[in-house]
Design a protein around this ligand. Structure first.
Ligand SMILES: [Zn+2]
Length: 479
């Protein structure tokens, strides 16, 4: 296998064995605490954590626990003849090799010692991750077969190699040693990144440290953290990397900074703030709700109507749907109807929408027909079913028309051309034992279900929704 020169050079410089940080043992001990047992002899329990004895009625067994009244630990109760028992868990350490940040992985094997009635730790290093080179290294101790990862504790490190497993390392660890992070990030890409602050903000439990590093590599990460814009820093620093004035970076005047900071604004909220310039977080969040968090639809709508006005309007409409609203506007444009205030805010949107659908004509050309057949071929791979339902893409123009007639909806008039030209994807979900009868019309945009309606735009049932969710997850967003 070919290994990049840069990686080879790095591996030559990397020591086989490396020192452990100063308070490593203390760190392991702290993490050990939850991995203990209560050893029962008669009615007396001995706590392997604090070594004290107490009386317990609890029976012995897996998941039969009691609480030690001395150290407060909650542990399983086991018989005193227990043998060959151990716990496994992982820890990580941040290190520095040749000015590159290295994340080192250790497996702690906590083995029960029957004579002492205590646990002994055996801690071995088995993997190293170098985010700046985008590599995972493992040594002789590491073994992976299918999805099973194992670490051999008795082996010595002879050699490190690049791990090329299909799904990468599991990389689960209980916690990561951060005491020396400032020292270890020196000289790396992460030198000035307030990583620890970000970790504190996100919460250290089950945190994906590499994901934090992924964000911390942007210069804007440091700035955003310091500005107290934590959500933007930890999720979208790449969108604010433009150097220069506040306005250049955020697309909005500095006058709004205080508001942004006070509400720890997120990316979608900032987008709405930029459009509306309204410093009211409740209204901003309410506008986002109107679109089911589809920020693009809101951006499109804002080209025609003030979003604050649209929000007020939506409250007066029965079952307002932004997607329907955009369909309606598109129809007005197709029909060359001027977008006056009265047309933009009709008294009854559903009625106005349905009327516009009736007037719009579908271009019934051979080009459109052919394109739709092509689309069907492209999307057929997303066909899916369980015992009850099936879902498949729209086959041809006639198929779409038929769905529209059965469902009394606008899919034929408003979506045939969008589907033909690949702007959106149209699927029909039906009962497996009655596949000719329409049930739910589904629109998918960029791998996400945008609309799902039964006849006459009625909401889907819980079962139908569950089926669609698993389709979205297993098929549309399959890795
Ligand atoms: Zn105890």
């Amino acid at each position: 296998m070919y290994i990049r020169k840069e990686i080879r050079a790095f591996m030559e410089k990397m020591p086989k064995e490396m020192k452990m940080p100063k308070h490593w043992r203390k760190f392991v001990n702290e993490n050990d605490v939850e991995y203990n047992l209560l050893i029962k002899h008669g009615k007396e329990c001995e706590c392997t954590n604090c070594g004290k004895y107490f009386y317990s009625e609890q029976v012995e067994g897996n998941g039969c626990w009691d609480i030690c009244p001395f150290c407060g630990g909650q542990y399983d109760v086991r018989r005193s003849n227990l043998k060959n028992y151990f716990f496994l868990y992982d820890l990580a350490v941040v290190d520095n090799v040749d000015n590159k940040l290295v994340l080192r992985y250790f497996e702690v094997k906590r083995i029960y010692n029957q004579d002492k009635k205590r646990f002994d730790d055996n801690v071995v290093e088995y993997a190293r991750v170098v985010p700046e080179l985008d590599i995972e290294l493992v040594n002789d101790r590491f073994f992976k077969y299918m999805a099973t990862e194992r670490v051999y504790h008795t082996k010595k490190i002879r050699k490190w190699r690049v791990f090329n497993g299909m799904y990468g390392l599991g990389q689960y660890y209980k916690s990561i040693y951060l005491e020396n992070i400032d020292e270890k990030t020196k000289g790396t890409n992460f030198q000035y990144a307030p990583i620890v602050d970000a970790i504190m903000y996100l919460g250290n439990h089950k945190l994906d440290f590499l994901k934090v590093l992924e964000k911390a590599k942007y210069a804007s990460f440091e700035l955003l953290m310091k500005m107290g814009l934590y959500k933007l820093a930890t999720k979208y620093p790449e969108k604010f990397n433009e150097k220069g004035s506040f306005e250049k970076r955020f697309g909005i005047s500095k006058d709004y900074y205080k508001f942004m900071k006070n509400h720890n604004i997120d990316y979608d909220e900032l987008t709405i703030l930029k459009i509306t310039k309204r410093v009211n977080i409740a209204i901003i969040r309410d506008i986002l709700k109107m679109s089911d968090d589809d920020i693009e639809d809101l951006e499109v709508a804002s080209r025609y109507i003030d979003l604050i006005k649209l929000r007020e309007y939506s409250k007066k409409q029965k079952n307002f749907s932004l997607v329907n609203y955009l369909d309606y506007i598109r129809n007005l444009q197709k029909l060359d109807i001027p977008l006056t205030k009265r047309m933009l805010l009709p008294d009854d949107l559903t009625k106005a929408h349905d009327e516009s659908v009736k007037k719009v004509k579908v271009i019934n050309s051979n080009v459109i027909k052919e394109k739709i057949k092509q689309r069907y071929k492209e999307l057929e791979k997303n066909r899916y079913n369980d015992n009850v339902y099936i879902i498949r893409p729209a086959k041809n123009l006639k198929d779409i028309k038929d769905e529209s007639v059965q469902q009394d909806n606008c899919v034929y008039k408003n979506y045939s051309d969008k589907y033909a030209f690949g702007e959106t994807d149209i699927y029909f979900m039906r009962e497996a034992n009655n596949p000719k009868k329409s049930l739910v019309t589904v629109e998918v945009n960029k791998g996400r279900i945008r609309q799902k309606y039964q006849k006459r735009n009625h909401e889907v049932t819980k079962e139908q929704s569950q089926f669609l969710d698993s389709w979205e997850k297993k098929v549309l967003n399959a890795a």
